[in-house]
Ligand binder design. Structure first.
Ligand SMILES: [Zn+2]
Length: 149
């Protein structure tokens, strides 16, 4: 992001958080060149992001895919809807905070698992079992034990 004071192209993010409307990210940036600080609001849907899939194909980032994965994992679990939305927001914030143009789908999966761990243990194991493609019950059980330990 270009510095509005001196026009230097490289500025670094010093703080990043969801804006009040929850669909944008508020960032504090500082300029490497002149040292001035400024704030930007970036609409999540206008930040271009490409997801690199397992087969190396690329596709446009799509929030609803993360949403449906998390909803499936939380099916019939006692997790309130607003907590699910907050989890999706947290996943999304972490994804966009990387400030990369591309992200591997495997990394998105890891971030989702990380957040689900805090949300609900069953949802976490469900998601992990689909995501890591557990081949058999033993792998599933060892993952579950690792989690419960
Ligand atoms: Zn500057």
């Amino acid at each position: 992001m270009k510095c509005p004071y001196c026009g230097h192209p490289d500025t670094k993010v010093i703080d990043s958080r969801p804006a009040e409307d929850n669909s944008s990210i508020r960032r504090r940036r500082s300029c490497d060149e002149c040292g001035k600080r400024f704030t930007t609001y970036e609409k999540i849907e206008t930040i271009p992001l490409i997801v690199i899939k397992k087969d190396n194909n690329r596709e446009q980032y799509d929030r609803s895919k993360i949403e449906s994965g998390i909803l499936r994992a939380c099916y019939k679990r006692p997790v309130p809807a607003d907590k699910i939305q907050k989890t999706i927001d947290a996943v999304e914030l972490e994804i966009f905070n990387r400030e990369e143009k591309e992200i591997p789908s495997s990394l998105i999966g890891e971030i989702v698992m990380d957040k689900l761990k805090e949300l609900d243990p069953v949802a976490y194991v469900r998601f992990a079992s689909v995501y890591r493609e557990f081949k058999d019950v033993n792998t599933f059980m060892s993952e579950l034990k690792k989690f419960l330990a």
